[in-house]
Design a protein around this ligand. Structure first.
Ligand code: BEZ
Length: 211
């Protein structure tokens, strides 16, 4: 069965562009993003990896470790890294897993046989410090992902992990949030003494908690 939200992200050992990696040890105590690429030396993947390298300071700021995966061999990754730097203007600054035997791709269900029986789809797993899967995405090979959206989701996940709030449609960091239904009005009054707006009793909107 496919990995689902709340499942423990499976552990694995891998060769990467930054040396050998044992996944659970590597992410220990941090948030993580594991994402797959169909194939090296392909145009969409090249743009995605360059953009993710550009965003690395944003992931660092949020305490998130980023790990890429491609089913090509490690020596091909090194050569491709050079292309990424030259064409996208950013060097690969996070580990890119070499998974030529598709061991990890199969473990994570990144190969969807009815799309391609040998290449991974564009999968994303956001994993929490408890090693549980918080978000999964699967995009087709022809559609580049929106890594700004992945950062936005992480902002929401990190906020909701800390405070009993949810984030509304198209929310961005700093905007108003929603008090979750599990919080009674009585408890909400203690948490938010300045109050909230409630166009419906179940829709309680409050300024984003800080800290
Ligand atoms: C790409 O990254 O451009 C790509 C990879 C596999 C199939 C189609 C496009």
């Amino acid at each position: 069965m496919a990995l689902q939200l709340g499942d423990i992200a499976p552990d694995f050992e891998a060769q990467t562009t930054k040396g050998p990696l044992k996944f659970h040890d590597y992410i220990d105590g941090s948030w993580a993003v594991l994402f797959s690429h169909p194939k090296n030396f392909t145009p969409v993947c090249t743009t995605e990896l360059g953009y993710t390298a550009k965003l690395k300071p944003e992931f660092d700021k949020r305490g998130v470790k980023v790990v890429g995966l491609s089913v090509d061999a490690l020596n091909a990754h090194d050569k491709w890294a050079q292309d990424i730097k030259e064409t996208q203007g950013y060097s690969l600054n996070f580990p890119l897993i070499a998974d030529p035997d598709r061991k990890i791709a199969n473990l994570y269900g990144m190969i969807h046989p009815n799309a391609s029986d040998s290449l991974t789809v564009r999968s994303v797993f956001v994993i929490g410090p408890d090693k549980k899967i918080k978000l999964t995405l699967n995009y087709p090979a022809s559609t580049g992902r929106n890594f700004d959206e992945i950062l936005r989701v992480i902002d929401s996940l990190q906020l909701t992990a800390k405070h009993q709030v949810a984030t509304p449609v198209n929310w961005h960091y700093g905007e108003d949030v929603i008090i979750v239904p599990a919080v009674t009005d009585e408890d909400a009054k203690k948490k938010y003494p300045a109050g909230w707006t409630a166009p419906r009793p179940y829709l309680r909107i409050v300024a984003q908690p800080r800290g």
